[in-house]
Design a protein around this ligand. Structure first.
Ligand SMILES: [Cu+2]
Length: 570
């Protein structure tokens, strides 16, 4: 049986609900019968080709799946066998990686590790059973294709009933380069702070790191309460070259999602950026986080969350007022933002909130007021709550999410059609999502790890080389583990950057002291100067990519091959 649910463009609510009806219909009529005989096979076709796109600037060449930026949202169902036919119409090799998906490693889609890649003009068919559900994404794993637009959302419907939502939208965040990404990388290699236009103290900072070491330098600067490093150091590539998009649209392109007051709206946030972390908030609404990286969580109410590159978070909001709400995703370094509206009417758009002051951001980002401890202790146990409050307190609690106050100046005059109605109840205090608060919905007892591997996250910012243990990928031996082992990785971040660490094919259970309820993730962000500990059950044989998900870090060497060996293979 062939069912193609490739409709899913969350821009169009009617199309979406129609597809849902079809989905229900098929399930009602035929699914039981089909399942009795064989797994339902979803068959999909994607064509990878170049296309000129114009996102409010000069037209540029993009590399897209089915001409879409983002590519089409794929809808799979847990328990089905999927077949994905990929056709390469480029003049260079391509690949698609199914991010966060458990599959035979030959289907994982990393050229040079799990398959040969897809040659120009060639086709490749991925086939595997779908063993999980939730919010994921797919992206190119060849060259800079991911940065050039080759990505899309992947939504897997659960075999078990899930909490009902009246609306279900994909909110896919990305960074679109206004320059050729190869040129960007070349520039970074020549001058790593090329994109940092306020670099007055960067030289001092590096000098201090050389003299005192990173830990000293960070704690020194932070303890004085005088952050002399500019916030723009937090991102190597930023809003000076990027436009920030929601589902492929700039803030000016006024992306909106419809709702009726009182409805439960599920928003599936996916950070498909190559390099950009976002701080997400929806002024006037509490977001209930129900899943991270596709995995159900015990519901957690937050007013904001940071989403690292390649992470996904599913949240439920229940807007009560007849007004447009802002979905506001600021680049972590505040060099720009993505914006969309959650609105009762297509012609009502939410105003863009005022940006969070950058100077208040830095403390939290660099490990916060307690950076001295953070550097020694756990990544998540030493979080700077004061800084978090300061970060949002400035306008959020004082302004009470007042829309008038939040209304920005002339540049957003285009959004002036918004509608003001009754204010939602005041939210008493600000809570941002913290890894420490994540609890898996169900317990997974892992037992004691069989061994521990310390992996230092290293780099030479001035030469723009990134690595693990000071050895870059080209010079590194693969990490070898045995099938059935539980390996504890200790990620020691010795750099001044955040690194979102991703392991293909396997899960990382982040040790936050919650035992069997530690959350499992495919991406673990490790903040500057901190250590994160994860337990990884090596439950899938094969050769897997293991890397920082910042594209320019991966490309310059922060990458390993992780081999899970069958017991008889020695
Ligand atoms: Cu990195």
């Amino acid at each position: 049986m062939r069912v193609n649910f490739r409709q899913a463009d969350s821009r169009s609510a009617p199309a979406k609900s129609a597809a849902k009806r079809v989905s229900k219909l098929i399930r009602g009529i035929g699914w039981g019968m089909v399942l009795a005989g064989q797994a339902l096979a979803g068959e999909y076709h994607l064509t990878i080709a170049e296309k000129r796109v114009d996102i409010g600037g000069e037209p540029q060449t993009a590399i897209l799946a089915d001409d879409g930026l983002p590519g089409p949202t794929l809808h799979w169902r847990e328990g089905e066998d999927v077949v994905l036919h990929i056709e390469n119409r480029l003049s260079e090799p391509t690949s698609i990686h199914w991010h966060g998906i458990e599959l035979p490693y030959r289907m994982d889609g990393v050229p040079g590790i799990s398959f040969e890649g897809i040659a120009p003009g060639a086709r490749f068919s991925y086939r595997f059973p779908v063993k999980q559900n939730g919010t994921y994404w797919y992206h190119g794993h060849s060259g800079m294709q991911e940065q050039q637009g080759l990505f899309g959302a992947l939504i897997i419907e659960s075999a078990q009933p899930q909490p009902a939502a009246d609306r279900d939208y994909v909110v896919l965040l990305s960074d679109w380069p206004q320059a050729d990404p190869y040129r960007t990388l070349a520039r970074l290699k020549k001058q790593s702070d090329y994109y940092n236009f306020q670099k007055r103290t960067v030289g001092d900072f590096f000098a201090d790191i050389e003299r005192l070491g990173l830990r000293e330098t960070l704690s020194d600067r932070l303890a004085w309460g005088e952050m002399r490093m500019d916030p723009t150091d937090l991102a190597d590539v930023n809003g000076s070259t990027y436009r920030f998009l929601v589902n492929g649209r700039t803030p000016q392109m006024a992306q909106h999602f419809l709702f009726k007051p009182g409805e439960r709206v599920r928003l599936r946030f996916i950070n498909a950026s190559a390099m950009t972390y976002f701080d997400v908030r929806m002024p006037g609404l509490t977001m209930q986080v129900i899943a991270a990286d596709g995995q159900n969580l015990q519901p957690l109410n937050v007013n904001g969350f940071r989403i690292a590159v390649a992470e996904t978070y599913d949240v439920i909001v229940q807007p009560q007022a007849e007004r447009a709400y802002s979905i506001f995703a600021e680049a972590m370094d505040r060099s720009g933002y993505a914006h969309a509206s959650l609105s009762p009417r297509a012609d009502w758009l939410a105003p863009v909130p005022p940006p969070t002051p950058r100077t208040l951001l830095t403390m939290a980002d660099m490990g916060g007021a307690h950076a001295g401890h953070a550097a020694q202790g756990d990544n998540h146990l030493e979080h700077a709550e004061h800084a978090e409050h300061a970060e949002y307190g400035g306008h959020a609690s004082q302004a009470g999410e007042n829309l008038e106050a939040a209304k920005p100046a002339a540049e957003h005059a285009a959004h002036a059609g918004h509608h003001h109605a009754a204010m939602p109840p005041e939210i008493p205090s600000y809570q941002t999502l913290d890894y420490r608060d994540l609890r898996a919905e169900t317990a997974t007892p892992l037992g004691k790890p069989d061994r521990e591997i310390e992996l230092r996250l290293t780099g030479d910012m001035r030469r723009y080389i990134w690595s693990f243990d000071d050895v870059k990928y080209a010079d590194a031996e693969p990490i070898r583990v045995k099938l059935g082992e539980v390996v504890r990785f200790r990620y020691v971040n010795q750099t001044m950057m955040n690194h979102p660490i991703h392991i293909h094919g396997l899960w990382q259970y982040l040790d936050i002291g919650a035992g069997a309820y530690n959350p499992k993730k495919h991406v673990i962000n490790v903040r500057p100067g901190t250590t994160a500990v994860v337990d990884v059950p090596a439950d899938a044989v094969g050769e897997w990519a293991f890397h920082c998900h910042l594209l320019y870090h991966m490309d310059t060497g922060m990458f390993r091959k992780l081999i899970v060996e069958a017991p008889d293979r020695e």
